[in-house]
Design a protein around this ligand. Structure first.
Ligand code: SAM
Length: 122
C-alpha cells in the first residue's frame, strides 16, 4: 500500500464521513486524496467549505460512469452512506417504508466498488 490513501465518498453531504475517514487514515499514518460526490449543489458547496482539499463532483451517483471519475484499481477506500430521505424523517415527515435509499446506497456502493476494484468498501 502506498503512503497515500485514495478514497471516494459517495453521498458525501456536508462531510461527516469524510472527516471520519480522514482522521482514521491520519491515525494510521496515511494522507488522503478524496473524491466527494453528491447531487445537491448545497451539499457540495458545504463539503467544499469543510474539505477544501478534496475533489468534488456535483452529480447523481447512479449517473456517474465510475472509470471516468477515478482510475479502476487506484481507489483504496470507498464509503457510501445511503441517502436517508426515503427511510428517515429527513424529508420533514415520518419515515417511509420504502427502502429506496438503502437500496440505492448499497447498489451504487457495491457496483461501483466492484467496477473500481476498491480495496475496502463501507
Ligand atoms: C445521509 S446524507 C449524507 C451524509 C454524509 N455522508 C455525511 O457524513 O455528512 C445523504 C446525501 O445523499 C445525497 N444524495 C441523495 N441521493 C443522491 C444521488 N442519487 N446521488 C448523489 N447524492 C445523492 C443527498 O443530497 C444527501 O446530501
Amino acid at each position: 500500500m502506498s503512503d497515500r490513501i485514495q478514497a471516494v465518498d459517495l453521498f458525501c453531504g456536508g462531510g461527516g464521513f469524510s472527516t471520519g475517514l480522514a482522521l482514521a487514515c491520519e491515525d494510521l499514518g496515511h494522507d488522503v486524496d478524496l473524491m466527494a460526490v453528491n447531487h445537491w449543489t448545497t451539499a457540495i458547496e458545504t463539503h467544499e467549505q469543510n474539505h477544501a482539499w478534496a475533489e468534488h463532483r456535483n452529480a447523481k451517483v447512479e449517473e456517474l460512469h465510475p472509470p471516468d471519475v477515478v482510475e479502476p484499481g487506484e481507489v483504496d477506500l470507498l464509503v457510501a452512506s445511503p441517502e436517508c430521505t426515503h427511510f428517515s424523517v429527513a424529508r420533514g415527515g415520518r419515515p417511509g417504508r420504502s427502502s429506496t435509499g438503502a437500496t440505492l446506497g448499497s447498489r451504487c456502493g457495491s457496483g461501483i466498488g466492484r467496477s473500481l476494484r476498491t480495496r475496502w468498501r463501507g
